[in-house]
Design a protein around this ligand. Sequence first.
Ligand code: ATP
Ligand code: MG
Length: 280
Amino acid sequence: MAVTVSLINMKGGVGKTTIASQMAHAADRADLKVLGVDLDPQSNLSQSIMGVEAYVDHLAKNRPTIVQIFDDYIPAGPNHNSPRPIDLDGIIVKNAGYWSNSDLDLIPSRLELSRTLKNPTGKERCLAKALSRIGDRYDLILIDCAPTESILTDAAYFASRYVIVPVKLEFMATIGLPLLARSLQEFRIENDDHTIEIAGIIFHHADYSSGPETKQAIREVEREAEENGWHIFRNQLRHSKSYPGAARAGAPISLTDYARRDVIEEFEKLKNEIFKRLGI
Ligand SMILES: Nc1ncnc2c1ncn2[C@@H]1O[C@H](COP(=O)(O)OP(=O)(O)OP(=O)(O)O)[C@@H](O)[C@H]1O
Ligand SMILES: [Mg+2]
C-alpha cells in the first residue's frame, strides 16, 4: 500500500506546493509510482505538474477533478444531460506530467472545490475512501493542502498516515504551527481509530545573507517543535530562484535549466532524508 503524506501548514506561501511537486518528481525519477492529489482550490499543484496549458484545457473540456470525489457525481455538461456517478479511474490523470519523461499520476483540482466548503456535511472521509480503493497501485501519494483549516484539512488527515510541514524561515514563521497543533489534537481526540503523525518540519527558504531573521525564525520554530514533540528534518532548503523556475517548467529541480548544482544537491539530500523517514 502507498505511503500517504499531506503537506500542511496553516500559513500560506511557505512552500507546500513546491515541495509536494518536487517530491513527486523525485520519487517518480526514482521509479516509484506516485500519485499527486491537489486538495487546494487554488490548484497550483495541478498547474505545476500538468503545465498551465494542459490544465486549462482539462477545465475547458469539463474533465473530472477532485471536486467529483467530494460531490460524488459529474455534473451535467455539454455532452450529457444528466449527472453521472464517478469513476475514480476517470478522475486520475495518468502520466499527468508536463515534463516529458514523467510517469506521475495526478488528481487535479479546480476553483469550484471551494464550494465543497459551503456544504461540507459528511464529506470528511470521501477522499480517504477513494484513495483506499487505489492505494495498492502506488508507492507514494502526496496531498497538497490549502493554507486554511476547513473540512478539506480533515479530509487530508483521514487520508494520510503522515504530515510534512514546510516552514518559511521569515518573520512570523511559526504563525501556522499552533493552529496545526490544535487542529491535529482535536482530530485525534475525535478520531482515535486513525493514526496520523507529523513526519517532520522542513526549514524552507533559508536565506542566511538577509540578516538575523532566518536564525531567529529557526529558534522560534525549534521551540514550537519541541513543545509539540515534532521532528525537524536535518537538511534545509535555501531560498533560490530555481524553485519558481522549476514550477514554471513543470520540471524536477535536478533538470531545471540554470538550477545551481548546490541547490539540486541540497534538495537531493532532503529528499533522501524524507524517504528514509517515511520508509520508502
Ligand atoms: N526555496 C524557494 N526559494 C525561492 N522561492 C521559492 C522557494 N520555494 C517556493 N518558492 C516560491 O514561493 C512561492 C510560494 O511557494 P508555494 O506555492 O510552494 O507555497 P504554498 O505553501 O504552497 O502556498 P499556498 O499556501 O498559497 O498554497 C511560489 O512562488 C514558489 O515558486
Ligand atoms: Mg500551495
